[in-house]
Design a protein. Structure first.
Lengths: 281, 500, 335
């Protein structure tokens, strides 16, 4: 495979990670962490296959995926923003719920449906989200008044409330956006990466990796996209590494190890997101 | 002259029962500079918040341009041209000055052209002598620079009435003078300015009229310039009898037998939350049998000093010596074992743990540390009962959650617990804050009785209290000790040292 | 009277949450191929016949053990989900000791050795998030979550590679004489819960934990050594989870195949801890409850439903309970 082909293949492979990570990056800029991304992606994957198989339309499938993501994000909004429960606990619960419900939906039949062939229009369209969204998010965050407001909220919640910023509303919107992105990422996984098939575990931890990519990309939309892409490159290297005698498990673990390291570095350099509660100020 | 704004009988009573402002009536005329003068806690900021729409008065009326108005939000107030600059700059560190301004403009419902606002803003900054570009990140600005940003915002947004809350706190004298000029200019151009301060000299320089607040009330309004300094002092602090007693309250002179130094703080420098140092080279010494007080307006480094002693903050420089032993780098449990006792400012969530029983709250401090893995709850219960009874706190059982006690009882419990251990020195911050008179007296007595043999360091905003119980009083301002006073105390002298 | 209404409020919320959670789970189960009748009858069977009820005890091991340890950790405010990786590592360690290294030990010796070995590995795994939290202030939830995957991949590699026995990626089985029975599991879980309860209520560590979880400032100010407490709770929860893994292998798992996060006994331990308000004694009945749900899910598996659905039901129930607990005013949020 030529280098160009390889780079393209890596992009196709990492697209769901990038899409979900971009959604989550907005959430985290607004000051919240959504650990439910994995579940949202799984449910999105499952529902989109079910819909595409039932209706024959992949567009409806993708739409269904997005709706699935939004539905779960509504749970997050209700539990975390409104009822003020712990965001990490709720996120994990939503992930487990989403993963399980995805299997439930699949068990009703309709695990296989029309998919998105590689290189087709819809495929290109979905992948182009990865290219278009980062600069769009970047401009939104750095130039628009709403973007400034979101960044302020994520930086200092108490001052933001005192000064009358719309903390809860903007966070809810960000979370819903994250849900849509995660759901679409899920649809991509089942419809595009696996040609219209769903099976249990199809998300293979990509949701967590997406959350980790936000840290790796240091919360900058462009950085996050690059981080997701880099992970895609590494994942694609697995067969090559295997032939060199390096076990598959090393390549699979690499993204997670990278995320741990990124988390450590980010904590050292003072990024106080992730609600990191240190004992001593 | 017509009144731009009039307050009639305004009171602010918080749900907790605390009265911040009581029956305040005030007129503010167009084109005048009115100074709102008073001590900490006199109610100046609260009154200003009523005017700027941030706080709703519990009673009373507000008239603007002669018409009765209800200011339900600060957006309303800005719409009417009233804008208040906060006491501490409230900028977002991750935004640039320009972006933060954009935010303020948007939040205030500013409807003018952005470009004009930015120009006016930049111009005001220049006049204040700001050397930084508006593209700089707010986190890179010093406190003084941040304050200038806030002041410049007020100049743009307070079209009719701009309120400045202690603006010169972080400014150098020359910057304060520039500010004074800008303020007078604003007044000349027809705007009204309310200038909140605790510095009498500042008020006298800048203002056309001075409204003096004390204890939530308007104690007096000085209508002409060139008023008498002492009159103002008396209005600010009330008629205080000069405490000329040779000894502190409750205790006979002969009983005090100062021993060796129990606690020494040497050249302590502590970094603050916003860069820079909150504590600058503080040195103090407390002997056994002595009570040293630290007086000062809140926010001058006292809290950071206390946090260093409680192990929550690390000093950048300096040392702490307990009974001759350097404990600066020792763990907090070592310090406590060595005889350090702490009474923090907040009883719930710091001194006591909400949700846990009385017995457990006693255990956190007195539980003997040298025994094994298990806690002997029976003896803890006995000690707890002893402590409860010794201070007259009524509780059904030591297993009851500590939250059900009243504030006063919680405070008595906390102080008694700290003294029970027999510490060498007890460090307390605002030990009688928010207590009724009887309980406050009780707590003070507890401390003074105990410190016949040990040392005590009391950090307090209540100067009367310190004068009553301390042997010596140090005044802390801007992170350093400005003065050290011994008995007999001259209230006015100490008060002046706090505010100059 | 005030005390009683308080109890009613907090338990009322829990009850409401349980009902809502359970009901929605059954509704969801009716969507499965088994249909409403299928899921209802499976449910009835699980809760009315003795054999499934007893069988569910078998699954309790890893869940109850990790939950008990986690309840202590969560009380201190250290929210780790590393139990999943610790259970997996613990099961691998115990398998290695008993099946692969055939040491010919007396069953009791084998159990003790396996427990200590698995528990120690679990403790070690718990150290990473603890160190990152103490020295860097980094979120332990994320670091433990990521670590789980690393552990998972390593163990899967071992299971399908060096430890493989035969053509399929399955390891050797644990010899019969080492296997644990129902009574063993009950005793082990009971002993662990009681031990942790004693630690919580009577030891100095317990006091450190309770104070740290509610007021970190008080903990630091009065010399309760928050850092040490975090080391302890991460080690203890890691140890119990590791032992849970050993128990799993010695009771129902017997041999290992490459795993996914389903069923995720370690995660279930976390769910149980949250459900039980972090009370180590309450985690016992709650773990058994979750085990019965596993049996219920297993019954539905025959009609084509993946076992992951059980984790979803459990999560919905926990979410519902903590939500209602919050709404009715009880419960600590750790928010």
């Amino acid at each position: 495979m030529g280098i160009a082909d390889y780079m393209l293949a890596a992009l196709f492979y990492s697209a769901p990670i990038i899409i979900a990570a971009l959604g989550e990056s907005l959430v985290e800029r607004a000051g919240r962490v959504n650990l439910g991304v994995e579940g949202m992606m799984a449910l999105g994957a499952s529902i989109s296959v079910a819909l595409s198989s039932l209706t024959g339309s992949i567009v409806l499938g993708i739409l269904g995926g997005a709706v699935a993501g939004v539905a779960l994000s509504l749970v997050y909004i209700a539990a975390v923003i409104m009822a003020r429960l712990n965001q990490f606990v709720v996120g994990l619960l939503i992930s487990f719920t989403g993963l399980g419900l995805a299997d439930l939906v699949a068990s009703m039949g309709h695990k296989i449906g029309p998919g998105i062939p590689q290189g087709s229009e819809s495929h290109i369209l979905l992948v182009s989200i990865c290219i278009v969204t980062p600069p769009a998010l970047y401009i939104m965050l750095s130039r628009t008044p709403t973007g400034i407001e979101i960044r302020a909220i994520g930086y200092d919640e108490s001052t933001a409330r005192e000064r009358g910023l719309r903390v809860d509303m903007l966070r809810s919107i960000a979370i819903a956006f994250g849900g849509i992105m995660a759901g679409i990422a899920g649809s991509y996984i089942s419809l595009a990466l696996h040609g219209g098939k769903y099976f249990s575990g199809i998300t293979a931890g990509m949701g967590w990796i997406a959350v980790g990519s936000v840290i790796l990309g240091y919360w900058n939309p462009l950085g996050v996209a690059i981080a997701g892409y880099a992970i895609g490159i590494i994942m694609l290297l697995r067969p090559q590494l295997a032939s060199m005698g390096i076990g598959d498990f090393i390549a699979s673990s690499t993204p997670y190890i990278a995320i741990i390291i990124a988390l450590a570095l980010a904590s050292i350099f003072g990024r106080r997101s992730l609600g990191s509660h240190s004992i001593i100020p | 002259m017509e009144a731009l704004l009039e307050l009639k009988g305004v009171s602010v009573i918080y749900p907790s029962g605390v009265t911040a402002v009581s029956d305040a009536s005030l007129k503010i005329y167009r084109g005048e500079v009115l100074a709102l003068l008073g001590e900490n806690g006199a109610g100046k900021t609260t009154l200003a918040k009523v005017i700027s729409g941030v706080v709703r008065p519990s009673s009373g009326e507000i008239y603007i341009d002669g018409a009765r108005r209800r200011l339900s939000s600060y957006r309303d107030a800005v719409g009417l041209g009233i804008y208040m600059v906060p006491q501490t700059p409230q900028l977002f560190g991750n935004l640039s000055v320009l972006e933060d301004l954009r935010l303020s403009l948007k939040l205030s419902g500013y409807r003018g052209v952005f470009r004009n606002a930015i120009e006016g803003f930049a111009g005001a900054l220049r006049r204040l002598g700001a050397g930084f570009s508006i593209e700089s990140r707010c986190s890179s600005l010093s406190m003084g620079e941040r304050q200038k940003v806030e002041i410049a915002k007020a100049i743009i947004l307070g079209r009719r009435l701009a309120i400045f809350d202690e603006p010169s706190v972080h400014l150098t004298p020359s910057e304060s003078r520039s500010l004074g000029e800008i303020v007078r200019e604003l007044a000349r151009s027809g705007r009204s300015v309310i200038y909140i301060t605790h510095k009498i000299s500042e008020a006298m320089d800048i203002a056309d009229r001075i409204a003096i607040m004390r204890g939530g009330r308007i104690a007096g309004i000085i209508e002409e310039r060139g008023a008498d300094f002492d009159t103002i002092v008396r209005l600010m602090f009330g008629d205080k009898p000069i405490n000329d007693s040779q000894t502190r309250g409750f205790v006979e002179h002969s009983e005090i037998d100062p021993g060796g130094s129990v606690l020494e703080i040497r050249d302590l420098w502590v970094p603050g939350n916003h860069g820079g140092y909150s504590v600058r080279g503080v040195s103090l010494s407390i002997r056994a049998g002595e009570i040293l007080g630290i007086a000062g307006i809140a926010g001058n480094g006292q809290r950071e000093l206390f946090e260093v002693l409680s192990g929550l903050r690390k000093p950048a420089r300096g040392s702490i010596i307990l009974d001759g032993e350097d404990i600066t780098n020792k763990g907090q449990d070592y310090r406590i074992r060595r005889g350090l006792s702490l009474v923090p400012e907040e009883r719930l969530d710091w001194g006591l743990v909400p949700g846990l029983s009385i017995a457990m709250n006693i255990a956190i401090s007195i539980e003997p540390r040298s025994r094994g893995f298990f806690i002997d709850w029976r003896s803890v219960d006995m000690i707890a009962l002893e402590i409860i009874n010794s201070v007259g706190v009524k509780a059904r059982s030591t297993r009851d959650p500590v939250d059900i006690l009243s504030g006063g009882n919680m405070q008595k419990l906390m102080v008694a617990r700290e003294l029970y251990r027999g510490p060498r020195v007890i460090v307390a911050m605002n030990p009688t804050g928010g207590l009724d008179i009887a309980t406050a007296r009780f707590v003070r007595r507890l401390i003074t009785d105990y410190s016949r043999k040990a040392g005590a360091l009391i950090i307090s905003e209540d100067l009367d209290e310190l004068i009553e119980i301390c042997d010596r009083i140090a005044v802390m301002s801007r992170g350093s000790i400005r003065g050290l006073f011994t008995r007999p105390f001259d209230y006015d002298e100490i008060a002046r040292s706090m505010i100059s | 009277m005030r005390v009683y209404s308080g109890i009613l409020r907090s338990y009322g919320g829990v009850l409401l949450g349980l009902i809502v959670g359970f009901a929605s789970s059954i509704t969801l189960g009716s969507l499965s191929p088994a249909g409403l009748s299928g899921s209802l009858s499976s449910l009835l069977w699980v809760y009315t016949s003795p054999s499934p009820l007893i069988a569910s005890i078998l699954f309790m091991g890893p869940i109850a053990l990790s939950a008990a340890g986690l309840s202590i950790a969560y009380r201190s405010g250290f929210i780790t989900v590393g139990s999943e990786g610790q259970v997996i590592a613990g099961s691998a360690a115990a398998l290695w000791l008993t099946a692969i290294m055939d040491l010919g030990l007396h069953p009791l010796q084998a159990f003790v050795l396996a427990s200590v070995f698995s528990g120690s590995i679990g403790s070690l795994l718990g150290l990473l998030p603890a160190i990152m939290r103490i020295y860097l202030g980094a979120s332990e939830i994320l670091s433990s979550l990521m670590l789980n995957y690393v552990v998972l991949y390593i163990v899967n590699y071992l299971v399908s590679g060096p430890w493989r026995s035969g053509a399929f990626p399955v390891t050797k089985s644990v010899p019969e004489q080492y296997r644990l029975g129902y009574v063993d599991i009950i005793l082990i879980s009971l002993a662990t819960s009681i031990a942790l309860y004693i630690i919580l209520s009577r030891s100095r560590l317990g006091l450190m934990v309770e104070v740290l979880g509610r007021s970190p400032r008080a903990a630091e100010t009065y010399g309760l050594r928050p850092r040490l407490a975090i080391y302890y709770v991460s080690s203890i929860s890691g140890f119990t989870a590791g032992v849970g893994g050993a128990v799993a292998v010695l009771s129902f798992q017997n041999s290992l195949t490459p795993m996914s996060i389903f069923p995720g006994y370690g995660y279930m331990g976390a769910l149980v801890a949250w459900l039980s308000s972090n009370n180590p004694i309450l985690t016992l009945p709650a773990s058994w409850f979750f085990s019965t749900l596993l049996v219920y899910g297993g019954a539905l598996q025959a009609s084509g439903l993946s076992i992951g659905y059980v984790l979803a039901i459990q999560s919905i129930i926990v979410l519902s309970v903590i939500l209602f607990r919050r709404i009715t005013g009880g419960g600590v949020g750790y928010s």
